[in-house]
Design a protein around this ligand. Structure first.
Ligand SMILES: Nc1ncnc2c1ncn2[C@@H]1O[C@H](COP(=O)(O)OP(=O)(O)O)[C@@H](O)[C@H]1O
Ligand SMILES: [Mg+2]
Length: 227
């Protein structure tokens, strides 16, 4: 099977000389289409750095990042912005919803820079909002939602442009245990429904196990964990 995304011999260092922090060292990763992966590892081990490289938010010093057949190093700033908007979806620990916009408007934000058929986009948004269980909150603002509901709205927003790769950086970090479990179960459902690969960073071993593969980041490299 052709890979959806890969890191080949990726190195990432912050700072220089004595102050250099070697976060990723000759790190490899291969992601198959529509698979689910969790990434675990101690705080500061480079999990966010790795996700940012996959999401084209950052560039490695050396090595290659390939997503959907494209080596990201070959893209200029415009092409990178287009890539981020259409090929990847992001979910973070904080929902980053716009407070004055409704759930529906928030989910449509990533489409604002596109031409596209507005009616079709609105139906797609409404479908996704239903898929994350928020149909009854379509016209509510983030301040009127619970923490779990806000994260679910952020999941719908991340999917609006049908990315093949959904990157979630500690998406349950601000949720209680019940809502955290529900959110991860939602990511698994969404993976099956949308056929988007999911890469989730988490500190919670129980949540990590819900993904198809568990990889531990340590010493700048990923290691597959027995499940
Ligand atoms: N922009 C940056 N400049 C300098 N150091 C950074 C920067 N971003 C992250 N780091 C350092 O790189 C290491 C890995 O960070 P990060 O990827 O955020 O780890 P994790 O997400 O696993 O907690 C940490 O030691 C962090 O302090
Ligand atoms: Mg992090």
């Amino acid at each position: 099977m052709t890979m959806l995304a890969a890191l080949h011999h990726v190195t990432k260092t912050y700072g220089t000389g004595d102050a250099a922090i070697h976060v990723l060292r000759d790190c490899d990763l291969a992601i198959e289409p529509a698979e689910t992966i969790s990434i675990i590892g101690p705080s500061g081990s480079g999990k966010s750095t790795l996700l940012n490289l996959l999401g084209a938010l950052d560039r490695p010093e050396s090595g290659e990042v390939i997503v959907d057949g494209t080596n990201l190093a070959t893209l200029d700033a415009n092409a990178l912005a287009h890539h981020r908007a259409t090929k990847v979806g992001f979910i973070f620990q904080l929902h980053h919803l716009l407070p004055h916009c409704t759930v529906l408007e928030n989910v449509l934000v990533p489409t604002l820079s596109q031409k596209g058929d507005r009616n079709a986009l609105r139906s797609r948004a409404a479908e996704l909002i239903e898929a994350v269980g928020l149909s009854h909150r379509l016209n509510h603002r983030p301040g009127e939602l619970s923490g779990g509901e806000r994260q679910r709205a952020a999941v719908a927003r991340a999917l609006i442009n049908s990315p093949k790769l959904l990157l979630a950086d500690e998406p349950t970090g601000s949720l209680d245990r019940t809502n955290a479990e529900r959110l991860v179960e939602l990511l698994v459902e969404i993976n099956a429904r949308e056929k988007a690969a999911v890469v989730m960073v988490t500190h919670a071993p129980g949540l990590a196990q819900k993904m198809g593969r568990v990889l531990e980041l340590a010493g700048g490299k990923l290691r597959e964990q027995a499940k």
